[in-house]
Design a binder for this molecule. Structure first.
Ligand SMILES: CC(C)(COP(=O)(O)OP(=O)(O)OC[C@H]1O[C@@H](n2cnc3c(N)ncnc32)[C@H](O)[C@@H]1OP(=O)(O)O)[C@@H](O)C(=O)NCCC(=O)NCCS
Length: 178
């Protein structure tokens, strides 16, 4: 099967896995990975994934909620897996999952996950530019694809870029409440 169909691209084309070993400079005074360093690696993994999908330079437009479920310790190895969920007009949503384990691979655990949104830029004009659509194949990819519309509306409402009354999917959630 071709990876590019009618200007759309399969999720697998840009899926990315990145590993990092936690070194002393990455930790806080109690030997845990600093949250900010983890967010930096998440941003990098997602940005590479988004740029591969879009075929353009991308900038981070927003990051959805991030919780840290498990401490990650000095010497642990983290694995970040990033994949596109859906593209809109000039933006693409990327989902990233982070897991951690000992150097030997023992004690594996899920650490956290997040959704990032990137906007593709045409470097000649500096303006947002059209991106290829995402073609979901697996059941999980299709679930992510369907739900991406609602996540997008929520983040644009929270960013003050979309009026709740103009949201197609979430309008009732905001406007039916007193
Ligand atoms: C992101 C940015 C390009 C959007 O520019 P803009 O003038 O607001 O553009 P528009 O309103 O035309 O929106 C362009 C796209 O961005 C999306 N967008 C804008 N703000 C967003 C936000 N807060 N969250 C998610 N998507 C957002 C819009 O939904 C639109 O997507 P679509 O075309 O797929 O519908 C601009 O705000 C920017 O350059 N921000 C700084 C980015 C940056 O420096 N990031 C950190 C370093 S990489």
């Amino acid at each position: 099967m071709s990876n590019v169909i009618n200007d759309g691209k399969l999720v697998s084309v840009s899926r990315l896995t990145m590993n990092e070993m936690i070194m002393p400079n990455d930790t806080n005074p109690i030997g845990n990975l600093m949250g900010g360093y983890l967010m930096r690696w998440m941003d990098i993994a997602c940005a590479i994934c988004a740029a591969r999908h879009c075929g353009f330079q991308v900038v981070t437009a927003s990051v959805d909620h991030i919780s840290f479920y498990e401490p990650i310790k000095l010497g642990d190895v983290i694995t970040l897996t990033a994949q596109v969920t859906r593209a809109f007009n000039t933006s693409v949503e990327v989902y990233v999952e982070v897991s951690a384990a000992d150097l030997t691979g023992d004690n594996p655990r899920q650490s956290n996950h997040a959704y990032f949104t990137f906007v593709a830029l045409d470097m000649e004009t500096g303006k947002p530019t059209q991106v290829p659509s995402v073609i979901p194949i697996t059941t999980e990819e299709k679930k992510q694809y369907e739900a991406a519309v609602r996540r997008r509306e929520l983040r644009l409402i929270l960013a003050g870029k979309l009026k709740p009354e103009n949201a197609k999917e979430l309008r009732h959630f905001f406007t039916d409440m007193n």
